[in-house]
Design a protein around this ligand. Structure first.
Ligand SMILES: Cc1ncc(C[n+]2csc(CCOP(=O)(O)OP(=O)(O)O)c2C)c(N)n1
Length: 580
């Protein structure tokens, strides 16, 4: 049998680690690897138009499947383009392996054509970034990279020159064993006992949940029931926690709503579950705080802690719940449920007046209808900008739907590229990209990737001809909006010219039918909705200074948005409060 090349061995090892596809753009330094992929039955090459889109796609696929996913860029500019998508994947804790092809190995360090130093470049957006400079090194470096990406949930980057990849690989006596599943981490007995003591001492416990509560819905609900705790969430916890939740008090943070803030501040014990919620200003100072997280480096970096617990949320709660005394006093919980329902009732009609006739179309109206029309197991990818607000407020999770955005990194242009990875992970699933016109046009070239690979992604474009979120930020800070508008563009015509289904709608009465038609279309489709750039959403906690800035710029804009179907949950939770 002919000797394997380093590139063939590379592809072989990746396929045994579960990688199904490589997103990227080919290039000289990548040739040995792309040729090995061409001949591989296990891994397909997904040709994209911009490497950043490939990195976003790999990150989304990894977030949906939990499997290691991969992307690649050729030397210099090719892999430089990966960087923003890799930051996003890394900060979303998505296991992604990136191959940064390198200039010829004999030229490194000479300012050669296209030279960069990828092992340095990617150090900040990865757990591991190493250069392979000898064929012997490859299997061990690749294995170490894979174990970093999977074991520590994030990005690992290997850099390799094309000439190294093209060489014969050394013979291997055995195949390396690769770990592809993570263990669960249960805290020690002492921590559980200490946590149980703090819970027993507290009169009013609030839980605040992040993405670390994935697949721990039952455990969170059982614990909340036992200690009669209101349950709030951060944006990344929404898809895991905000459904079938009799304890729901909404979301905290800049885009928050409901009574999560009050429940966190009026408790005497706040338990942060699997959240690296970044806004310290929203966390209380005079409340006992416990944090539970699988990553010890997250513990205590946002607030002072009375107890730090290193463990999985599910494991921790399974061990803890039987050890705490059941609380019978629901007064704090019921008061918070009432506050929450009142807060939502107060804003539920914020946008609804005349909305079926309002032109330009009100974006919240679109989001509300989309929530009703989308499939029960839809994947929503959400652009950074106002789409994130509409998704946070209007999309109803149910345990089967998924919500993916750039919620930690906050990059624009994430949604449509992420939809590519989401759709490739499951071609039969409904994948909807909620795109802003600014974000969409930033990586619009990869709309062609949907057509190229026949991916039936539905792009729902909130086309306000503006960088709306920044418009709002400028007004809040007291600056007159500047550099935030675009000329009107008919994106539906662009979609049709590219070979996709494209419809432009500017009459609110047409929204539902157009959405139905778009979602039912058997192929890539774009629905260009001409929306109102002046639709506002304000954080529930806004400082006097911020408000003053806002007020000097405009006085007639609505200060808060509506809340969609979550009001139903709040109302039914209120009905469940036992009558005295
Ligand atoms: C790559 C990148 N550039 C700039 C920003 C700053 N930024 C955040 S939201 C936003 C506006 C987004 O506009 P659009 O996609 O049209 O959505 P809208 O807010 O209007 O709904 C900008 C410029 C960013 N987050 N990421």
């Amino acid at each position: 049998m002919a000797r394997q090349s380093v590139a063939e061995q590379f592809v072989d090892v990746l396929s045994r680690a579960g990688v199904k596809r490589f997103y990227g753009v080919v290039g000289d330094s990548l040739n040995p690897v792309t040729d090995a992929v061409r001949r591989s039955a296990a891994i397909e090459w997904v040709q994209v138009r911009h490497e950043e889109a490939g990195a976003f796609a790999a990150g989304a696929e990894a977030q949906l499947t939990g499997r290691l996913c991969a992307c690649a860029g050729s030397c210099g500019p090719g892999h430089l383009h990966l960087i923003n998508g890799l930051y996003d994947a890394h900060r979303s804790m998505a296991p992604v392996l990136a191959l940064a092809a390198h200039i010829p190995s004999a030229e490194i360090g000479t300012s050669y054509f296209q030279e960069t130093h990828p092992d340095r470049l990617f150090a900040e957006c990865s757990h591991y970034s190493e250069l392979i400079s000898h064929p012997e090194q490859m299997p061990r470096i690749l294995q170490t990279a894979i174990q970093h990406a999977i074991g520590r949930s994030g990005v690992a980057v290997v850099s390799m020159s094309g000439d190294i990849a093209g060489q014969d690989a050394p013979e291997r006596s055995t195949e390396p064993a690769i770990v592809t599943r993570r263990p669960s981490i249960c805290p020690g007995r002492e921590e559980i006992a200490e946590l149980a003591r703090l819970v027993d001492e507290a009169q009013a416990v609030t839980l605040f949940c992040g993405s670390g509560c994935a697949r721990a819905h039952d455990e969170v609900m059982a614990f909340a029931e036992r200690v009669k705790a209101p349950v709030g969430h951060a944006l990344r916890g929404k898809e895991w926690i905000q459904y079938d939740n009799p304890f729901d008090v909404g979301m905290s943070g800049l885009l928050g709503y409901g009574a999560a803030y009050e429940a966190m501040h009026e408790a005497d014990l706040l338990i942060l579950l699997g959240t690296d919620f970044p806004y310290t200003a929203f966390l209380p100072e005079h409340v006992r705080i416990v944090q539970v997280d699988i990553r010890p480096e997250h513990l205590g970096r946002r607030s002072r802690l009375d107890l730090a617990v290193w463990g999985d949320v599910g494991e921790t709660l399974r061990a803890l719940t039987p050890q705490v005394r059941e609380k019978n006093d629901r007064r704090f919980l019921d008061r918070m449920l009432k506050k929450h329902a009142e807060a939502l009732e107060g804003v539920v009609t914020a946008y609804t007046r005349d909305v079926e006739r309002h032109r330009p179309i009100h974006p919240e109206y679109v989001a509300a209808i989309l929530d009703e029309e989308a499939a029960d197991d839809a994947v929503f990818t959400v652009d950074t900008g106002m789409c994130t607000v509409w998704a946070a407020r209007y999309l109803s999770p149910n345990g089967r739907r998924r919500l993916i955005g750039s919620f930690s990194h906050g990059s624009m242009a994430n949604a449509m590229p992420q939809a590519i990875g989401a759709q490739l992970a499951d071609r039969g699933r409904q994948v909807i990209s909620l795109s802003g016109d600014g974000g969409f046009s930033m990586l619009m070239g990869d709309f062609l990737t949907l057509i190229h690979h026949d991916l039936p992604v539905k792009v729902v474009l909130f086309d306000n001809s503006a960088l709306g979120m920044v418009d709002l930020e400028m007004m809040v800070a007291g600056y007159p909006p500047y550099g935030t508008t675009y000329p009107h563009t008919d994106y539906a015509a662009i979609a049709r010219a590219a070979g996709a289904h494209g419809v432009r709608v500017d009459d609110p009465e047409d929204v539902r039918d157009a959405l139905r038609e778009t979602l039912a279309h058997d192929g890539p489709a774009l629905l260009d909705l001409v929306t109102d750039p002046n639709a506002m959403a304000m954080p529930p906690r806004i400082t006097g200074r911020q408000l003053a800035g806002f007020a000097t710029t405009t006085s007639k804009l609505v200060l808060t948005g509506g809340v969609g179907r979550m009001i139903d949950l709040a109302r039914s939770n209120l009905r469940n409060i036992p009558r005295p």
